[in-house]
Design a protein around this ligand. Structure first.
Ligand code: DAK
Length: 259
């Protein structure tokens, strides 16, 4: 697929996806969703991609929400379909077996914040702003913002942000646990890559297991403790486990095959 709304680059095992509609502050339209889904499908089995960094083009926005101009005249049915499709694609990101980090380089509003929250970890530049302003447009969040924001920052604060539609600054997002670090904008990508490289030194199989176990905690009807027993047990049959334990016993650094 040729991408017109995202830029992609693979370097040192990291796929960088840059949302690229700077004139619309990287607002998420249908085409962006299609392209994001396509790239995730494409890289799922591509060994050269070991982790993913998602950011926005320019210095102003990660993504200023769903494209308001696109959905303004939608019917009830179209609204439901848009929401279900977006939720499905964000779920692919959330449950992706390779680490996905959002480098939030500016506004992350509405669908933009929902995308960042679907990523495993979020880092923010000092100019970043976060909010779910949907209620100001007469809609509720449609891409699982009510769920993931509550999971990440707790019910009271999530209710406040969701009901007021207020925007918060990066330092408050840090205090709330919405982002892990706040970094000067010029250093955001380097710091995000550094974190991904630290993760990529670990066993990819075990990292995928961690993602699955943490997701299990939030999945209805799934017992996360049992999921952990299963993932833990699986590791004993992997080459990564043999390599990791052998490296420890021989006082050398592990070089994980990822199998
Ligand atoms: N969609 C489309 N265009 C957008 C946009 C958006 N979300 N945000 C900004 N733009 C466009 C502006 O229209 C403007 O374009 P021109 O007028 O120059 O053609 C350009 O980007 C620059 O924006 P501003 O001139 O407004 O820039 P400022 O620095 O003055 O303000 C801002 C920056 C981020 C505070 C402001 O642009 C703003 O408030 N933007 C809208 C934020 C927002 O409300 N985002 C939407 C959140 S709600 C649904 C499923 C999901 C959703 C809804 C329904 N269904 C299932 C139906 C999700 C909804 C959301 O994401």
């Amino acid at each position: 697929m040729t991408y017109e709304n995202i830029l992609t680059e693979i370097k040192d095992g990291i796929l960088t996806i840059t949302l690229n509609r700077p004139k619309q502050l990287n607002a998420l339209n249908k085409a962006v969703f299609t392209e994001v889904e396509s790239i995730f499908t494409d890289i799922a089995t591509k060994d050269e991609v070991k982790s993913i960094l998602i950011t926005g083009s320019g210095e102003k926005a990660f993504a200023a929400g769903a494209d308001i101009k696109e959905f303004a005249n939608f019917s009830v049915e179209e609204g439901k379909e848009l929401s279900a499709n977006g939720q499905r694609i964000f779920k692919i990101i959330e449950t992706f077996s390779k680490p996905v980090i959002a480098a939030v380089n500016g506004f992350a509003l509405g669908g933009g914040l929902e995308l960042a929250m679907a990523c495993h970890i979020r880092l923010a530049s000092d100019n970043a702003r976060f909010g779910q302003p949907e209620v100001s447009l007469g809609v509720t969040p449609g891409y699982a913002g009510t769920q993931r924001l509550t999971q990440l920052i707790g019910k009271g604060k999530a209710m406040e942000l969701l009901m007021t539609g207020a925007m918060i600054k990066a330092d408050e997002a840090l205090k709330l646990g919405l982002v892990n670090y706040v970094i000067p904008q010029g250093e955001l990508i380097a710091k995000t890559e550094e974190l991904l490289k630290n993760i990529m030194k670990q066993s990819p199989v075990a990292v995928a297991g961690v993602i699955a176990c943490v997701d299990a905690y939030y999945t209805d009807g799934v017992d996360g403790f049992k999921a952990e027993v299963k993932e833990f047990g699986k590791c004993f049959g992997t080459e990564d486990f043999k390599e990791g334990t052998d490296a420890f016993m021989n006082k050398r650094k592990a070089d994980f095959p990822g199998k």
